[in-house]
Each structure stands twice: as C-alpha cells, then as structure tokens.
Design a protein around this ligand. Structure first.
Ligand SMILES: [Zn+2]
Ligand SMILES: [Zn+2]
Length: 213
C-alpha cells in the first residue's frame, strides 16, 4: 500500500470510528507510530482532521472533504478506473455513483478496490459471471477469493452467479468463497498485511501515478 492509499483509508476510518488512536492504526497498518504521526500532521495541515493527544478526531471539514475524495476519479471510456487496463467481458465489474456516473473496472479485484476507496459514492455495482460473462448484482454474487486462477489482477478475485458453479470452480482452483463484504474485507486485509507479496504490480504502478494525498 502506498502512503497515499493509507491516508485515504485513515480518513475513511475517521468517518466510521470518529476517534482514532495512533497505536491502533500503527498496529492495523503494520507501520511505526511515527509513520501514523506524520500522516496525521499532513492530514491536519489540509484541514482533514484535528490531532489530539495520542490520536485524531474529525473536523467540521472532514465529512465534506471525504465526500469529495469518495467521488470517482476521471477515467477514460473502456479503461479500468483503478489500473487503466481494458475490461474484458468475463471479468467486467461496473459501478454507478450517487450522481449517476458510471465507471468500469477490469476485474472484480479492481471493482473491490473501488469499493474500498470510493465506497461512500457507490450506489450500484454489477459483476460478470466468470464462466458465462453475464452481468448480475455484486450484492448477490459469489466471490472466489485468492484462487490460483488469476487472469487479471493479484490477488485473484473472480465472481459467479451460481453457487454450484463457484464451488465446482473452487475444487479445481482453490481459494475461499464469500459475498461482497467478505471480498472487501479480504482485499483490505491483503492490502494492509502483505502489500509487497500480494500487491498487484499493475495496480501499484497505476495507483502511484494517481493523485497523491
Ligand atoms: Zn483494474
Ligand atoms: Zn484487473
């Protein structure tokens, strides 16, 4: 995870938890307390939080700013909003924002990354069945997490409309089966705990070029 991604996740946590402790964040992100301290200083300079002893609290600006951050980045037609790879039919993941904006992700891995980064802005998400290419609601989809079948980004996340098919596929290719929230939790943990090993090289390059925070 880049420092910019970590700061975005800190702001997201500030919205949900209200009050953050440096010690907790250092543990969760597996970085030093000094690193979190520096993140807080940078975010405070931008008016996004207020530092208190050993932690931070939201400012009046935090919610407004975090809503701005939550809106989708500009991306070209036919390019993944996260990593700019072109989506293919059997891996397509589509997202609709609160103001009706539509974006495409190259695969469910990047779709889930978008849920992590822009969750507050997402109204609807559809994902293709890996075997048939048919779009269905991500909420009702079966997600195969971390299987050895990795046609696009790492760690692999594939989606299936049919419960029987996901288990049949799992028998051959491993991984664990879960729903949308399991997939978000899985990728969030992979990004935090093992950024080097599990990080997608393609996504990492694309994210580095993105706007810094
Ligand atoms: Zn992508
Ligand atoms: Zn991908």
């Amino acid at each position: 995870m880049t420092s910019s991604e970590r700061r975005k996740m800190i702001l997201a946590r500030l919205q949900t938890d209200g009050n953050l402790q440096i010690t907790d964040l250092a543990g969760d992100f597996q970085v030093s307390k000094m690193t979190i301290h520096r993140d807080f200083v940078i975010l405070e300079e931008k008016g996004m939080l207020k530092r208190i002893h050993g932690g931070a609290v939201p400012t009046a600006n935090s919610r407004k700013i975090s809503e701005d951050i939550a809106s989708f980045p500009e991306s070209r037609q036919g390019e993944c909003l996260i990593c700019t790879r072109p989506p293919t039919q059997h891996l397509l993941y589509t997202l609709t924002g609160k103001n009706g904006e539509q974006r495409q992700a190259c695969c469910p891995h990047c779709g889930i990354s978008a849920h992590i980064l822009y969750g507050e802005n997402i109204m609807m998400a559809f994902t293709a069945d890996y075997l048939t290419g048919k779009l269905h609601a991500a909420q009702n989809s079966y997600f195969l997490l971390g299987s050895v079948a990795a046609p696009c980004c790492h760690p692999s996340i594939l989606t299936f409309e049919d419960e029987q098919m996901v288990h049949r596929f799992q028998t051959g290719f491993g991984g664990t089966v879960g729903g949308l929230n399991d997939a978000i939790k899985y990728l969030r943990e992979a990004m935090i705990l093992d950024p080097e090993k599990d990080g997608c090289p393609h996504c990492a390059t694309a994210l580095k070029k993105g706007p810094t925070l």
